[in-house]
Ligand binder design. Structure first.
Ligand code: TRH
Length: 389
């Protein structure tokens, strides 16, 4: 990397959107934080500007190169030509092992000094992660070494992405009802929904959403379930009896279901901070729920041969020990519980989870403090890249 150790490094992130919003969600969060908090000149290459725009509405769809909040954003398409070494930054991050343009890799090998090349991997609570974090991998042909960089939940991993100001901003938002209520009104909630037990719902389409809606209708306390547009659309539409568009809502029994607009990333954080319970999924919203300091249920991204169930259990073993209802509910929510799918008693699962919420909230606070001890991923990543000089 840089021959001037004290100079702020330049850095490029390559992001291929496999599906949904997590790939760009994580890369964008990392890019913004490295630029804002560490003064790094960041270029983000992304192949899908439409997905990017949903979490960051100021992204222009047609621009090959644009500046977004201090980050240079390049539309990654058809750039397989030749590159010169001076086009290569000090640090190059490939996200989830996406293949870099071959010409760019050749230029990396010709650059003096070589860039620090990191493969940013997916978040998992499994133990093997510690052994693979920072491992080198030699290029089969070129004089180049790539290193694996794993986010994680222990001090032997890269930690989790967390902005420096997050704690302060969240505390200000959660300190009284004023800011929270104004935010929720802005999303279209009625006063009765603001006063209800509020749940945000972000999950994959195969979650047993309809079953949970049914259990919530019979709840003793009013529940407002807030679903971003496009999420669990089939079950939401069936409940509403109308298209699941932002602004639509319906009440049956104790449950009011409201479709929210899909909001920009910072507002999604506020939604998590405003709710009493959050259902999250994938990777980035899962981490943000951990930083919300509120109880959450995770819907994990599907993997072949039920690999994801192993990952789910590894996380629950760390997070939910002693929280049996959360563990059982989470396993059932992910189709990983004992017994035949469809035979679960969702009213009982919900009632048990509800009773355990004070204990889960306590764990959420303790977990956050524990995670903070691992440092912040952006800082950890820069430190590691510097050590490769
Ligand atoms: O969208 P996800 O399911 O994304 C991913 C991808 O499927 C990816 O391929 C996979 O590798 C990964 O999961 C595990 O879930 P995730 O990770 O939570 O990302 C969602 C992003 O969208 C996150 O940055 C928060 C953001 N978001 C908003 O900005 N506004 C919203 O209204 C909502 C609901 C989410």
């Amino acid at each position: 990397m840089s021959s001037h150790p004290d100079r702020t490094p330049t850095l490029t992130i390559f992001c291929k959107v496999v599906d949904n919003y997590g790939d760009i969600g994580i890369c964008w969060r990392m890019a913004r934080q490295l630029q804002r908090e560490h003064g790094v000149a960041v270029t983000l290459w992304v192949d899908d500007l439409a997905s990017f725009r949903r979490i960051c509405p100021e992204v222009a769809l047609e621009a090959d190169l644009q500046q977004v909040q201090g980050v240079a954003v390049r539309h990654w398409r058809g750039q397989d030509g030749a590159y010169t070494p001076d086009q290569v930054d000090d640090i190059v991050i490939e996200f989830f092992a996406c293949d870099l343009p071959p010409g760019y890799v050749e230029a990396m090998a010709r650059r003096e000094p070589r860039p620090a090349w990191l493969n940013y991997e997916g978040l998992s609570a499994e133990e093997w992660v510690e052994g693979c974090h920072r491992l080198p991998s030699m290029h089969p042909r070129l004089k180049l070494t790539k290193h694996f960089f794993f986010p994680g939940f222990t001090s032997k991993t890269g930690g989790l992405l967390r902005e420096r100001e997050l704690g302060r901003e969240r505390a200000a938002f959660q300190s009284g009802a004023g800011r929270r209520d104004a935010f929720l009104r802005g999303l279209g909630l009625a006063e009765s929904e603001i006063a209800a037990f509020k749940v945000s719902l972000f999950c994959y389409p195969f979650a047993p959403v309809a079953e949970l809606f049914e259990a919530w209708q019979d709840s003793a306390q009013p529940i407002a379930c807030l679903v971003p547009e496009g999420v669990a659309a089939e079950a939401v539409q069936a409940f509403l009896g109308a298209p699941a568009r932002a602004g639509a809502s319906a009440t049956r029994g104790a449950l009011t279901l409201r479709v929210l607009p899909f909001v920009a990333q910072p507002d999604y954080d506020r939604l998590l901070w405003a709710c009493d319970l959050n259902f999250v999924r994938g990777e980035d919203s899962w981490v943000r729920a951990q930083w919300a300091g509120r109880p959450f249920v995770w819907h994990i991204y599907f993997q072949e041969e039920n690999l994801h169930h192993k990952k789910l259990r590894a996380f629950l073993d760390r997070y939910a020990s002693g929280l049996d209802s959360l563990k059982t509910f989470s396993l059932q929510w992910n189709g990983a519980g004992p017994g035949a799918a469809g035979a679960e008693d969702w009213a009982a699962l919900w009632s048990d989870l509800k009773n355990e919420l004070p204990g889960i909230a306590e764990r959420a606070r303790a977990w956050e403090a524990q995670m903070l001890e691992n440092g912040d991923l952006a800082g950890n990543l820069l430190e590691f890249a510097r050590s490769l000089r």
